[in-house]
Ligand binder design. Structure first.
Ligand code: NDP
Length: 292
């Protein structure tokens, strides 16, 4: 293996420590702490793990955590009513609806019902528009975490060729916007892209967000490139269940200059950025200086 490992777990711990310091200061100065409400509908096992871990880390940072666990047969009307209550609740500064929602619910309607100022996931159409036009937005946590790791590793990203593999609204598209904002030359690749490996081999920065276990192998990677693996896939291997990324770590690490591991790369950064976004939402709501 020749690639340097980008340690998202350690980086995320430093961000959480900064968030905790900031929260303690806000408690002293404002007499109240930021509050994050997380809404989970149904019993999806992966979602339950994410929600538990978000709640735990929210509390560890000294913030208020409000968990709303609703049954799988919750109606659209009931869910919209909960969002309206959270929008109106002055103790709640951030609202996150854990996706995916059960199929009978319309996620777009739900996400766009969240007050954009409390939309710490950055999925509301107003925040998407603000990000796309380079204005002050709530930035989606996973792409934000990726960008922070890239900036930390490279300093300036200006002029670099970036390929984002995946065009989802929650990862691929906002990732591309952020890289464009940092003056990369950005290509978005997807399932209809022709000669995919040829496209990705042009990338100084390759972000893989395809949701296909270990699809990206070393022959997709330009020698010396930085590979950010967003994928979280649970697979059965040798009779045990384990998490793997969208990249085949061993072969990519032979070719790349730097790579994020799974687990311990993008995942922890996503939660750290969610906590940081909640502090940002609090500061904006109280007209205070935002964290850097
Ligand atoms: P989606 O399924 O919404 O999007 C996947 C994208 O990959 C689509 O644009 C699809 O193309 C593209 N794609 C699928 N197969 C291929 C292929 N064979 N060749 C090229 N492109 C392909 O996934 P998400 O964006 O929601 O998530 C991506 C991954 O990131 C998942 O593993 C998910 O678990 C993980 N994730 C991790 C997070 C974290 O905190 N670390 C947070 C969110 C997601 P098309 O549009 O043409 O169908």
């Amino acid at each position: 293996m020749s690639a340097a490992i980008i340690d998202g777990k350690a980086f995320a711990a430093t961000i959480r420590a900064r968030v905790a310091d900031h929260v303690a200061r806000l408690r002293d100065e404002q007499g109240t702490a930021p509050g994050l409400a997380v809404v989970l509908v149904g019993e999806d096992p992966a979602s339950q793990v994410y929600v538990r871990s978000k709640g735990k880390m929210t509390k560890e940072c000294g913030m208020q955590s409000f968990e709303h666990r609703l049954p799988a047969d919750t109606t659209q009307v009931d869910l919209m009513a909960l969002i309206a209550r959270l929008n109106a609740d002055a103790q709640v500064h951030g609202i996150l609806v854990q996706l995916p929602l059960p199929a009978h619910l319309d996620s777009d309607l739900v996400i766009n019902a969240i007050d954009p100022a409390k939309d710490v996931d950055g999925f509301h159409v107003s925040n998407v528009g603000l990000l796309g036009t380079g204005q002050k937005a709530m930035v989606p946590c996973t792409p934000l975490g990726c960008l922070m790791m890239l900036r930390d590793h490279h300093g300036s990203l200006s002029g670099m060729d970036a390929v984002v593999l995946g065009r989802s609204n929650i990862v691929g598209k906002p990732m591309a916007q952020l890289l464009l904002g940092d003056s990369c030359t950005v290509t978005i690749a997807h399932s209809r892209t022709r000669d995919l490996a040829e496209v990705t081999r042009r990338a100084d920065i390759l972000v893989a967000a395809v949701g296909r276990p270990e699809m990206v192998t070393g022959d997709y990677v330009k020698p010396g490139a930085t590979v950010i693996d967003v994928g979280i896939n649970r697979v059965e291997r040798d009779g045990a269940s384990r998490l793997v990324g969208d990249c085949d770590f061993a072969s990519c690490a032979e070719v790349a200059g730097a790579i994020t591991p799974v687990p311990g790369g993008v995942g922890p950064m996503t939660i750290a950025c969610l906590l940081a976004n909640t502090v940002t939402a609090f500061c904006r709501a109280h007209d205070l200086k935002e964290p850097d």
